[in-house]
Design a protein. Structure first.
Length: 203
């Protein structure tokens, strides 16, 4: 009887671990830490996609931060362009799952003027660079261990929700948010919709 109970517990733990790995990461979550023996802690995101209609989008996202190469970038640098922001860190398993698709989409849409930026919440430069080399990521990332960039996005990115992907329209407003792994077909459709929209005419 004890063996049966232990087996059931082991099976439940294994199922939970598999579920967590396929969805989202969290930096600090007690349940996930127990399941993963205190290493990388993963929690299930809901995998939701939220698209915001033109009339209900918020204000232009305003942020400024430093990339890993030392360059300072702000929202002014992508004014008038569709922009994809992806929150990640190297040890996050779902981030590794979606990385090849993000790399491919960057290659596809950069010639059309779409800007891609990562927002790395944990890593030092060497770790982030190794991840980028592994997955062929050619767009830059903000180093955001101090949370400055995420603070500017607090209305859209829940605490510890990694990965999260935001698509900004040509006016710099959040047009869509993906919690958890960004499915390639879904993100493609969102980017194409944002590109097709006219945006506000600037003087």
């Amino acid at each position: 009887m004890k063996l049966s109970l232990l087996s059931r517990r082991q099976a439940a733990a294994a199922a939970l671990t598999a579920s967590l790995l396929l969805s989202g990461c969290a930096a600090e979550d007690p349940l996930a830490e127990k399941v993963n023996a205190g290493t990388n802690s993963y929690v299930a995101g809901d995998g939701s996609v939220a698209e915001y209609a033109e009339g209900i989008r918020g204000e232009t996202v305003r942020l400024s931060g430093q990339l890993f190469d030392g360059t300072t970038v702000s929202n002014d640098d992508w004014a008038g362009k569709v922009t994809v922001l992806n929150v990640w860190y190297a040890a996050c398993a779902p981030c590794r799952v979606e990385a090849p698709d993000l790399s491919a989409l960057h290659a596809e849409f950069e010639p059309q003027g779409v800007q891609f930026y990562g927002i790395n919440t944990r890593d030092e430069a060497a770790t982030a660079s190794a991840f980028e080399r592994t997955f062929g990521i050619e767009y830059p990332s903000f180093k955001d261990k101090n949370g400055q960039i995420l603070l500017a996005l607090t209305d859209y990115v829940p605490p510890q929700a990694v990965p999260t992907t935001l698509v900004l329209d040509k006016d710099g407003r959040v047009a869509a948010r993906i919690l958890g792994i960004a499915e390639k077909s879904t993100l493609t459709a969102i980017i194409e919709d944002a590109l097709a929209a006219p945006g506000t005419e600037k003087p």
